[in-house]
Design a protein. Structure first.
Length: 512
């Protein structure tokens, strides 16, 4: 039996950061327990290869339930299964979010730490941005963030010009708190290579620490509970069952596996546990609920007038965040249109040959549809039933129509005329139902499942404002599952800021 002061379950984005930060305190023995191995596939570090990584051995490769809102389609959900977690697979976009996104978190928690101002020190601390030193972007942090310059594709440049012609401000990246506008995307790339969270935080010097143990190939099967404490972790390693004991447990298994592991351990909604044949030890009615994700319409496709050279970045090079009516009006964005320097379409359409077309992607920034997930049995091998309830609300459908209309408006502007031979998709759409039917077939996941262990100060919330699981004294959840509502853009930066804030407070508490 192995014994530690702190056991971190999951060495993904949040877990890898926490392993490095918490082991700065040499008086604490820290272990990180990861189901996957160390990443070795060289394609991981090639930014343009990111879409091809899905389905490989280090992807958990989930499937959702068939979605009535997206023409009955089943969606593949990629999740990283190795040290570095989903930061090995992601598209490298770094977007903090809009201040009003975090105002909703303060409202949910009553805790100013989770507001824009409260999280700003953490955003600054994690980043080493090429704009750093300007008072708003971080400088000298572990994670390189790069606002590209000359590498931006001429198609994306024309897209930016088209956005500006619509009146959208030319913002300097998406990370200053002003998101309405158009800009190249900021990326976690350095010298042309992806930087994973493991690369950034688990450096050789950190890995050499005597008080940090990284256990790979160890799947935590369940938490053994004794009254109000986790007494041990029951894991399966390469050589069979392993028991791991720690004073403090930090669950960083991500938005799918964190709630699933808690459910397998007897924590969750009573009806869900009963149906899965698991005895309920701690009732947590909202665990697994509040599941949310961004969708992107893929895509509003254009035949190119001349050859589109492959992206030198990661294909999705620029995003325009907009209001749905008056596109450039101030405030929190409602819709997004992105420029894909490739023929990006959902599986419902046949993509034209590479180099002959480009796509404008479109979506809703803060969807109101909420889904849920549940275990179907007590063992890790029993499938997890995932129902994101995509496009469930009329609000989301209305905004999605507006996003498609905005993409088509941008796509038809003279600034893109040098590139546009003609629109291939969707083509003529006469009725609302034709528009909805196209959106339902075009929508793909933007890969941001979250919210299944939501933070809050209400009794039903899964974790309290300190990220402590309600009902247990020594378990915190720190990963994408605690996000109570989506940020307007991709969520990785926000997850890292949550983890950094938790680490800062934990180190300060240990020192006092
Ligand atoms: C294809 C793709 C593209 C994306 N693009 C972007 C983007 O461009 N920008 C952005 O901001 N976000 C993006 N995201 C989302 C972002 O990567 C994730 O939200 C984020 O990495 C999740 O971090 P996490 O710490 O919550 O979980 P993860 O990073 O998924 O880490 C969870 C870890 O826990 C491990 N684990 C799970 N269960 C167990 C268990 N029982 N025992 C032991 N270990 C376990 C897993 O193997 C994994 O390593 C993308 C995601 C994907 C998949």
């Amino acid at each position: 039996m192995a014994r530690y002061d702190v056991a971190i379950v999951g060495g993904g984005s949040a877990g890898a950061l926490l392993a490095a930060r918490l082991s700065e305190d040499v008086s604490r023995q820290v272990a990180v327990i990861e189901a996957g191995g160390e990443p070795t596939d060289p394609d991981i570090w090639n930014p343009a290869a990111w879409p091809a990584l899905q389905g490989r051995s280090y992807d958990w490769n989930y499937r959702t339930k068939a979605q009535p809102g997206t023409a009955g389609r089943v969606h593949s959900w990629a999740r990283g299964r190795a040290i570095g977690g989903s930061s090995l697979l992601h598209a490298m976009g770094h977007m903090r979010g809009h201040p009003e996104d975090f105002a909703a978190w303060v409202e949910a928690t009553g805790d100013a730490r989770w507001g824009w101002e409260g999280l700003l020190p953490a955003f600054m601390a994690i980043e080493d941005h090429n704009l750093g030193g300007d008072g708003i972007h971080g400088k000298g942090g572990p994670l390189p963030v790069y606002l590209p310059g000359e590498e931006v594709s001429p198609v994306a440049r024309a897209f930016i010009e088209a956005g500006a012609a619509l009146g959208l401000p030319r913002v300097r990246g998406h990370n200053t708190g002003e998101m309405i506008g158009v800009t190249p995307n900021s990326l976690t790339i350095r010298n042309g290579k992806r930087v994973t969270v493991a690369d950034a935080w688990l450096t050789p010097a950190v890995r050499a620490r005597k008080n940090l143990t990284i256990l790979t190939g160890q799947l935590v099967r369940r938490l053994k509970l004794e009254r109000t404490r986790v007494a041990a972790l029951d894991a399966i390693g390469p050589d069979g069952p392993v028991e791991i004991v720690a004073d403090e447990i930090i669950l960083c298994a991500g938005s799918i596996e964190s709630p699933a592991l808690l459910m397998r351990s007897g924590i969750g909604p009573q009806d869900v546990l009963a149906a899965a044949g698991v005895a309920c030890k701690i009732s947590s009615p909202d665990l697994g609920r509040n599941l949310q994700d961004h969708l992107l319409g893929a895509g509003n496709l254009y035949a190119a007038r001349r050859s589109v050279t492959p992206s030198r970045l990661q294909h999705s090079e620029s995003m325009a965040y907009m209001r749905a009516g008056d596109f450039a009006a101030n405030g929190r964005p409602e819709i997004v249109v992105g420029c894909g320097v490739a023929p990006i379409v959902s599986e419902c359409f046949t993509p034209p040959a590479a180099g002959t077309a480009y796509s404008l992607l479109f979506g809703v920034t803060n969807p109101s549809s909420r889904g849920s997930l549940r275990i179907t049995g007590a063992e890790p091998g029993d499938p997890i039933s995932i129902d994101p309830c995509y496009l469930q609300t009329e609000r989301d459908r209305t905004l999605f129509r507006a996003a498609l209309a905005a993409a088509r408006e941008i796509g038809g502007l003279p600034e893109l005329a040098d590139w546009r031979a003609g629109e291939l998709l969707p083509g003529p759409l006469k009725t609302k139902s034709e528009i909805d039917s196209f959106i339902a077939r075009a929508a793909i996941t933007h890969h941001h499942p979250s919210g299944t262990c939501r933070i809050g100060n209400d009794d039903r919330s899964v974790v309290d404002p300190d990220l402590k699981l309600r009902g247990l004294d020594n378990l915190h959840v720190v990963d994408g599952s605690v996000i109570p509502s989506l940020t307007a853009g991709p969520i990785h930066a926000a997850i890292l800021a949550i983890a950094e804030t938790f680490a800062r407070d934990s180190l300060a508490a240990a020192a006092s």
